[in-house]
Ligand binder design. Structure first.
Ligand code: COA
Length: 280
């Protein structure tokens, strides 16, 4: 297969400068001693959605506006909307209330003209928000658009992690992404599950993707699964059980079809795969 590293592209210099200045301002507002994340969220969303239209405070006070406009304006305020994880019985209301404004800013940005497909700005914005939302996030976090988390505060992310578009990171039971983990488009990683008898009987289990794991397109990793270092979950697979280090698991339920050729020899020897190259 040809090696195709990503090309280096960037918006025009002026746009990059403006983006950096805006994000520095936002970062300072979020880190300020008297920070008010709710206020910052609604004002930021208003400015991005209605450039040059004054302030949220001014517009929302205008009772002559049509009802739908007033409703849309009110919805920029995170206190006026509900997010699905708030309904979960196991949510920590205090911790969720803390991160909610930033989650609302994150998700709503993705649905604005400026956010939807603007990769460079979106990645930079999520780098500003993630340290406040997640339990931990390492260097160079690269997160594309339309990614959702459950609580956010139970998510641990290592260095150089890439999360592609439309990924669900369910951290209800705790989710750990090691260094250099890559999660492809439309993948779902769960850390909670429901009883087959009683839907309300929920088990939360910590899910772990160790260093250098790749979960590929449309794959699902179920709650409590550990994908060991350098393991890979193939396209559209459902990982119901642990994946061994350097193994490539595919299908439903996902089973190992090979060990990566770069696996350390002791792992290859212990692989015990039917198709294993040395027949062990
Ligand atoms: C996991 C994957 C890399 C496996 O590739 P591979 O090691 O070259 O495996 P092969 O193509 O030789 O397939 C081995 C066997 O598994 C099967 N298989 C491969 N991928 C499968 C999948 N996703 N689901 C079900 N079966 C699969 C093959 O049909 C083959 O079966 P066979 O032996 O009965 O013919 C590949 O299937 C995949 O999912 N690629 C996703 C693309 C990707 O890398 N995305 C990340 C981008 S960031």
């Amino acid at each position: 297969m040809p090696v195709l590293p990503l090309r280096t592209v960037a918006p025009a210099a002026g746009m990059t400068r403006l983006s950096e200045e805006w994000l520095a301002d936002l970062d300072a507002a979020l880190r300020a001693e008297d920070a008010d994340w709710r206020r910052t969220c609604r004002e930021t969303l208003f400015q991005l959605a209605h450039p040059g239209q004054g302030s949220w405070e001014e517009r929302v006070a205008d009772t002559s506006l049509p009802m739908a406009s007033r409703l849309a304006l009110e919805a920029f305020d995170p206190a006026n909307i509900t997010l699905e994880p708030e309904y979960y019985a196991d949510v920590d209301p205090e911790r969720f209330a803390r991160v909610k404004p930033l989650l609302w800013l994150w998700y709503t940005f993705d649905r604005l003209p400026i956010g939807g497909q603007h990769v460079a700005l979106g990645v930079m914005l999520r780098r500003v928000l993630a340290p406040h939302v997640f339990k931990r996030v390492g260097a160079n976090f690269k997160c594309f658009q339309h990614v959702e988390v459950s609580f956010g505060y139970n998510l641990e992310v290592g260095d150089d992690v890439v999360v592609h578009r439309h990924v669900l990171l369910d951290d209800r039971g705790g989710l750990v992404l090691g260094d250099r983990v890559s999660i492809s488009d439309y993948a779902n990683i769960y850390s909670h599950t429901h009883s087959i008898v009683d839907q309300q009987d929920v088990t939360c289990l910590r899910t772990v993707l160790e260093d250098d794991v790749r979960v590929t397109y449309h794959a699902t990793v179920l709650a409590g699964v550990r994908v060991a270092r350098n393991g890979m979950v193939g396209a559209a697979a459902v990982a119901t059980k642990d994946v061994r280090p350097y193994h490539v698991n595919v299908g439903i339920p996902a089973k190992s079809v090979r060990v990566k050729p770069n696996a350390p020899p002791e792992l290859v020897r212990n692989a015990r795969l039917p198709e294993h190259p040395d027949g062990s």
